[in-house]
Write a protein that binds this ligand. Structure first.
Ligand SMILES: *Cc1c(COP(=O)(O)O)cnc(C)c1O
Length: 390
């Protein structure tokens, strides 16, 4: 199908489908590690790349390829390479495109494991990272060195939903000969398409909204055919491969992505508005609220404010833990992008590996609570929170 002719809702259910000789209507799971060839000559041609078709499931499987083609259609990318997790996708981006002695400029407000990967692991292999403000493009420009190769950002950020100007960062990156990679996990292509805003690379933890039901781990890197060649070579050689079963779960999960993202966003906005009116709440962070510092940018760049709401309780850590412990419906877990609403205390969980000073600089106070709005009735979620607030 010609992807340019169709809207995202259509692509989500139809793009990438390849049918076998049985003409099955729903996409099949191909659980096989290797593939046969019709002759010695065909095998040789396949290995040389002269004949298309799968060889070995470390780097090609029809179900995984369907998931890649569908996600590429949703993001408007030339090519998608799937991985076993979001973290494997970020690792593959650096290993596939960079070398020792090169430099990354990254947002200070990125996923905790991403910080550990850049600072503690890639740092040991000679890739250095400088962290800057997600909301101040001038800091990115000032951090550039002659060896800067990659800009890395997540927007909106976790847990404070800071919104970065993707187009402005892309312009600076291109001026200095670097690539901009955007971790688009929080919005998904249903709400934000970084490549259209000038980014070169999109990264996903498919574990979150793409699956959408908290079932499997997965990840992906997307971009031009040229850039993805290096990323694919890393996959082929090193093997952080997405399983066919997980690819199938994500492939089918993506079919309802737009519907789910609209519903997550609707619930999150209603919760944010309600929380802002509660006397126990000092402050609410949600890009869809006019009180959000980058509200206008967010509304230009994203279709909605997304599904994540954070708020600070006046009573600090005690009030936050009391609220969390009083919930009966919400799941106490750091995960997000699930049909089930989740509640987290970032300072003592997802951001506990940071020092107190780092947390203070990042604005993660002890009274901060993050909610990833699920698909339950918003009245039920509110009632669950109201008990703890009281
Ligand atoms: C969860 C997450 C990741 C890591 O993904 P995994 O699939 O857990 O490896 C990366 N970035 C963001 C923004 C995430 O939320």
């Amino acid at each position: 199908m010609n992807n340019d002719e169709y809207d995202i809702e259509t692509l989500a259910v139809r793009a990438g489908t390849v049918r076998s000789q049985f003409n099955e209507h729903s996409e099949a799971i191909f659980l096989t590690s290797s593939f046969m060839f019709g002759s010695a000559a065909e095998a040789a041609a396949r290995f040389k790349g002269e004949q298309p078709g799968p060889i070995y499931a470390r780097f090609a499987n029809p179900t995984v390829n369907m998931m890649e083609a569908r996600l590429a259609a949703l993001e408007g990318a030339e090519r998608c390479v799937a991985f076993s997790s979001g973290m494997a996708s970020i690792l593959a981006t650096v290993m596939g495109l960079m070398k020792a002695g090169e430099h990354v400029v990254a947002s200070r407000s990125i996923f905790g494991s991403t910080v550990q990967l850049f600072s503690n692991i890639l740092g040991r292999f000679g890739v250095e990272t400088t962290y800057v403000s997600p909301t101040d493009p001038a800091e990115w420009r000032a951090a550039v060195k002659p060896n800067t190769k990659l800009f890395f950002v997540e927007s909106p950020s976790n847990p404070l939903t800071e919104v970065s100007d993707i187009r402005a960062l892309a312009d600076i990156a291109h001026e200095v000969g670097a690539w901009l990679a955007v971790d688009n996990c929080f919005c998904s292509p249903a709400l934000q398409k970084p490549l259209e805003l000038g980014a070169d690379i999109v990264i996903h933890s498919a574990t979150k909204y793409l699956d959408g039901q908290g079932r499997v781990l997965g990840g992906a890197v997307l971009g031009s055919k040229e850039l993805m060649e290096g990323v694919f070579t890393f996959l082929r050689t090193a093997g952080p491969t997405l399983s066919a079963f997980n690819a199938w779960v994500i492939l089918k999960g993506m079919e309802t992505l737009s519907l789910r993202m609209e519903a997550h966003s609707r619930n999150a906005l209603a919760l944010a508005q309600w929380l802002e009116a509660q006397p126990q709440v000092a402050r609410v962070w949600y890009p869809g609220l006019p009180s959000h510092p980058q509200h206008e940018l967010a509304m230009r760049q994203q279709k909605t404010g997304g599904g994540i709401v954070s708020f600070e309780l006046k009573g600090g850590k005690d009030a936050a833990w009391t609220l969390i412990d009083a919930t009966k419906l919400l799941s106490i877990t750091a995960n997000l992008g699930d049909t089930k609403s989740t509640i987290t205390h970032p300072a003592s969980t997802t951001h506990s590996r940071m020092t107190i000073e780092q947390r203070a600089a990042a604005g993660i106070s002890d009274g901060l609570v993050r909610i990833a709005a699920g698909l339950e009735s918003v009245a039920d979620i509110q009632a669950d929170l109201a008990r703890g607030l009281a």
